[in-house]
Design a protein around this ligand. Structure first.
Ligand code: AVJ
Length: 323
């Protein structure tokens, strides 16, 4: 029998990652100020995000896991045997296991992530827990790079299926999400994509999900400034910024901001940045869709929206898009 080490590999497409310093200088020098949401996830930010997923107000994670538990067997039956499963953003080891446990003789697993160390850890754990599964860690920027997926060493898979859970696609604007889906379609032809998408709902529910009573999401947002202080010699006074997150029903998205509570000048990354009282740094968007809206977007990207599963309260959706 092959050892798990023999059945796991690593491939580096050497994504060019914008440095945190460059992102901070670019984002804070312009008007309105903004910072890319990708920089939330340092060690402290990842720890805070894990706490967010356990909050009573933050329904997406437990709801999506519930959908995968309740309908995973049907999903696996639909995908069929011999699937090569490609996970985009391989942070969520729990979710993909719910699929892997039910798939018939999967031809292989490919984890794609821009964060090299995180990716290797996640893939090593998966390879250890699934000794019969061929695991490949592929370091790449799955949004902007062309990512050619190597076939499993055992031969061509019956179908290739991308798994993109968590409503991470909501961090893209709708037109960016459409371009992203279109970009992946040729690589998935004959198979498809299984994608988790958060649904439009009552504003009060969404506002609470992104501004929880315990203040964990506020700490997650403010950690971006703490990270600038730690890594870039920043001088942010965290008590002079407040977390502001709200659902904009007209735009169909949650926006997160950090709002300066007073006029101030803050040194960071070798520069000085001026803030007026009430001025904000836009840190994240989280787009929400109705079922027909997302299906129409997927169709414009060239997919056939073949099946969708939701929870009984219709909070969250998992779409099967045939490529
Ligand atoms: C990981 C991007 C899906 O938008 O709900 C959670 C991130 N931000 N609370 C989301 C997040 C604030 C999350 N995603």
């Amino acid at each position: 029998a092959l050892s798990s080490a023999a059945r796991s590999g690593f491939l580096d497409l050497a994504p060019t990652v914008e440095s945190f310093a460059d992102a901070v200088v670019h984002g804070l020098a312009r008007t309105p100020k903004s910072l890319p949401a990708t920089f939330f996830y340092d060690a402290e930010g990842s720890r805070l995000f894990d706490r967010i997923t356990d909050l009573p107000e933050y329904y997406p994670t437990r709801t999506e896991v519930g959908i995968l538990r309740d309908h995973g067997a049907e999903m696996a039956a639909l995908l069929g045997p011999g699937v090569q499963l490609v996970e985009l953003g391989s942070g969520s080891s729990v979710k993909v296991r719910l699929l892997l446990d039910r798939l018939e003789a999967p031809a292989g697993y490919v984890g794609v992530d821009i964060s090299r160390d995180h990716l290797r850890d996640a893939c090593d754990r998966l390879a250890a827990d699934y000794p019969d599964l061929e695991v490949l860690a592929l370091c790449a920027d799955y949004v902007t790079q062309d990512v050619p997926i190597p076939p499993p060493t055992t031969g061509l898979p019956r179908r290739r299926v991308a798994f993109f859970p968590g409503s991470t696609i909501g961090n893209l604007l709708p037109e960016e999400a459409e371009r992203f889906l279109a970009h992946w379609r040729p690589e998935l032809a004959g198979g498809g994509m299984l994608v988790g998408v958060d649904l439009k709902k009552d504003k009060a529910v969404l506002d609470a999900a992104y501004d929880d009573a315990a203040g964990v999401t506020a700490a997650f947002n403010l950690n971006l400034l703490a990270r600038i202080n730690r890594e870039l010699g920043g001088g942010f006074d965290l008590s002079a910024f407040r977390h502001h997150a709200f659902y904009d029903p007209a735009k169909g998205r949650v926006e997160m901001h950090l709002v300066s509570t007073r006029d101030q000048i803050v040194p960071a990354a070798g520069r000085r940045f001026a803030f007026q009282a009430g001025e904000s740094i836009h840190t994240e968007i989280s787009c929400k869709y109705s079922l027909p809206e997302f299906q129409a977007l997927a169709a414009r990207a060239g997919y056939r929206p073949a099946r969708v599963w939701t929870d009984p309260a219709a909070l969250f959706s998992v779409h099967w898009l045939e490529a």
